[in-house]
Design a protein around this ligand. Structure first.
Ligand SMILES: [Fe+2]
Ligand SMILES: [Fe+2]
Length: 314
């Protein structure tokens, strides 16, 4: 009996390995190793949580947007992020995860979200800088995920990336407008850039020699490029944009390496990253407290909608 089961299991593993080797997609109906499933659930949940928590720093400015036009743009952007969270929770559900359970894990701090959303948004220039730098970094991270080996995740990323590119442009356009404005507005932009530049570099995660799970994720086709490679791409993409805007990136070591045509940059403060990602950043408590309140205060909506749906299907 066990022999038959063993053969089956090894056949399934072989089929899975061949699918990955041929760069084809794994779909929810397919057999997959438990570790692959768990890694994906963790990564997709972390990604979904980041989209949802990421609504907060910018959401703070919805009622204080400087014009109706800016309010409409920001509202559309924040709603997009909610949508991204929903696609991603749905992708996690295809792996057998439960959405409410994932939210509970976020609130109980058993699952992480991107460290970047634990920094405060002090002025409206932060809205522009988040669009430009944070969504810009998200694009660098997510475009390769459109080729992730897990079908539902890869397909969700295609739409998400299209929307992220709108987010990045609206941020850049807002900053361009402010840079054509008064000296005070220009100073606001520079101040926001000074505060967000280094945290945006940390969005790619720890350096490759301190990223123990990366090799396995690359072998499974979940991850396509290393953290350091993606970070470098982001720097190379962003430095010329900063020049167009007319802002200084706060790194005296930033310089073009003539031989590689890539930008060298100064050392990242990884102790800050570790502090923030482990729950001790400037806004971690506020973000989680608010998410918990949203879950608890709105539980009746979910209950009512579920009851209504059940009544309808009966
Ligand atoms: Fe997003
Ligand atoms: Fe975005």
């Amino acid at each position: 009996m066990t022999a038959v089961a063993d053969v089956r299991e090894s056949d399934l593993q072989e089929y899975f390995d061949a699918t990955i080797a041929h760069d084809r997609r794994i779909e929810p109906r397919d057999w997959m190793p438990e570790a692959y499933r768990k890694t994906l659930v963790r990564q997709i949940a972390q990604h979904a949580h980041s989209e949802i928590i990421g609504m907060q720093p910018e959401g703070d400015w919805l009622l204080a947007a400087p014009s109706l036009r800016r309010k409409a743009i920001l509202l559309a952007k924040v709603q997009d992020e909610a949508g991204h969270g929903m696609y991603l929770y749905a992708a996690a559900e295809t792996l057998g995860a439960d959405r409410a359970d994932l939210t509970d894990k976020l609130i109980e701090r058993k699952q992480k979200y991107s460290s970047i959303f634990n920094y405060p948004t002090l002025t409206y220039a932060d809205v522009g800088v988040i669009g430009w730098l944070v969504d810009g970094a998200a694009i660098c991270n997510q475009v390769p995920l459109c080729r992730s080996s897990y079908g539902p995740y890869a397909r969700a990323m295609i739409r998400v990336c299209k929307e992220e590119s709108f987010h990045q442009r609206q941020g850049f356009e807002l900053l361009m407008t402010m840079m054509r404005g008064t000296e005070g507005q220009q100073a606001m932009v520079q101040d926001a850039v000074d505060r967000w530049w280094w945290p945006s570099l940390m969005m790619f995660g720890p350096p490759d020699d301190d990223s123990p799970n990366s090799a396995q994720s690359m072998a499974w086709g979940i991850k396509r490029h290393s953290n350091d490679e993606l970070r470098q791409r982001y720097v190379d993409m962003t430095v010329p944009q900063a020049a167009v805007l007319g802002v200084q990136l706060p790194d005296p070591e930033l310089a073009l390496d003539e031989s590689t045509r890539r930008y060298r940059f100064g050392p990242i403060d990884w102790s800050e990253f570790k502090q923030v990602v482990s729950g001790h950043g400037p806004c971690n408590d506020e973000r989680i407290t608010r998410r918990r309140a949203a879950r608890d205060d709105n539980a009746w909506v979910l209950e009512a909608a579920t009851a209504y749906a059940a009544k309808h299907s009966a």
